[in-house]
Design a protein around this ligand. Structure first.
Ligand code: HEM
Length: 389
């Protein structure tokens, strides 16, 4: 287990070729063995480049109106609904954003079909990998197979109509047509689409849930965020009630610091797994081939050497840049998260509308945590919401 920033950098960045990512085989089968997480070398770098194109700032800037539309439709469903299960709601929201990012323009009926299968897959994701009829794992694997079939039909349809219709699927289909990286087959495309949806939604939803908890527990921080967001709202109103743009989100410095502090404090990805691909001499020790190596993000994020009084929620600490390799909520090196800008963008847009429209009170246990597998406030943070004014 690695808890020093310099050692984490060696594992994840400078000697990354000696430490491959590893996941339990059952999880690999469920997400899809061709998803980029599980690979090193040329296949990984080709796919990573394509995913990065799809989530680049210029692509994200175009998706701001759609994300804002999703936020508004979510929040309007809260109005008559006084008790909210925060994690469930945020999962629905982050899933819809992930679907839009993955498929671009897609029919509602198609979304519902994929959502239904994905939910069945998710139910068995953390179960024991016992693959016989009736077990949650077996049901999840059946849903996974149907999901591939459904995606392959969608790929076929888009190819027949020469439609790419945006999103990561559009980028991957174009790469397939142009024979990028010796061409991608439909299985590889399907596994990477499912992989990205998987990586995108539970993570973002858990972080948003923590953000609501921290804002609730720190009314002064909530007021600072609201003041900043009110300023932006007035600007939008004075410019003909226009919607948010990418540039507006770049002005949200107070809210961005709250997101950074939430990422540090909650550290929902507490660590990651690597495996030595050969015997490696490391700081006077030998790490034998096949041994697991775990860089512990949470331990680094909670070290008083890098973040004084680490248990205090204090967004102002991010007014200064953290020391190198001490803040890695999105990992580091070749396997670092390609969705970090999307995650931050959707959180900023959600917090803009949430803090200027609503207030909320946490119901039940205050400081208990549950793991599912990411740490989240117990019970998924049930809250009572009411209009701000
Ligand atoms: C707040 C939300 C998120 C957090 C905290 C997060 C965190 C991370 C971390 C720590 C890694 C590196 C894992 C490792 O090194 O083993 C990672 C990888 C990844 N993330 Fe995210 N992520 C988030 C949201 C997203 C989103 C929205 C997407 C959608 C594109 C995404 C897609 C991916 C992918 C595809 C990888 C694998 C990259 C590779 O292996 O090269 N993530 N994420």
């Amino acid at each position: 287990m690695i808890s020093s920033p310099d050692a984490a950098k060696i594992i994840l960045v400078s000697q990354a070729h000696l430490f491959k990512p590893t996941y339990p085989p059952s999880k690999m089968k469920m997400i899809g063995p061709d998803a980029l997480f599980f690979h090193q070398g040329e296949y990984h770098s080709t796919l990573k480049r394509l995913v990065r194109v799809s989530f680049s700032p210029s692509a994200l800037a175009r998706s701001v109106p759609e994300i804002e539309k999703l936020v508004l439709s979510f929040l309007s469903s809260w109005e008559n609904n006084s008790t909210i299960h925060t994690l469930h709601e945020m999962k629905k929201f982050a899933f819809d954003v992930a679907m839009h990012s993955a498929f671009g323009d897609i029919e509602q009926e198609e979304i519902q079909g994929i959502k239904c299968l994905y939910q069945r897959l998710e139910k068995g994701y953390n179960s024991l990998p016992l693959d016989f009829p009736g077990t949650p794992y077996h049901k999840a694997m059946k849903a996974r197979k149907k999901l591939t079939e459904r995606l392959k039909k969608l790929i076929e349809k888009r190819r027949e109509n020469s439609e790419r219709r945006g999103g990561l699927l559009g980028v991957l289909l174009k790469a397939q047509e142009e024979n990028v990286g010796n061409g991608l087959n439909d299985n590889q495309i399907a596994d990477n689409i499912i992989g990205v949806i998987f990586a995108a939604h539970d993570t973002t939803a858990s972080v948003l849930t923590w953000a609501l908890k921290y804002l609730h527990d720190h009314p002064n921080v909530l007021e600072d965020v609201t003041r900043e967001q009110e300023g932006i709202r007035h600007k939008l109103e004075s410019e003909g009630n226009r919607g948010l743009t990418w540039d507006d989100t770049r002005q949200m410095s107070v809210t961005s610091r709250v997101i950074q502090e939430t990422l540090r404090s909650a550290s929902i990805l507490s660590f990651t797994f690597r495996e030595a691909v050969e015997d490696v001499e490391f700081q006077g020790f030998t790490i034998p081939k096949g041994w697991k190596v775990l860089p512990l993000f949470r331990t680094i994020h909670h070290s008083p050497d890098f973040f004084p009084q680490p248990h205090n929620f204090d967004p102002s600490r991010f007014q200064a840049l953290p020391k190198p390799n001490t803040f890695m909520p999105f990992g580091s090196g070749i396997h670092s998260c390609p969705g970090s800008d999307l995650a931050k963008l959707e959180m900023l847009i959600m917090l803009h509308h949430l803090t200027t429209t609503f207030r909320w009170k946490v119901i039940g246990a205050k400081d208990a945590v549950q793991y599912g597998p990411f740490p989240v406030p117990k019970g998924g943070l049930p809250i009572q919401v009411y209009p701000r004014n």
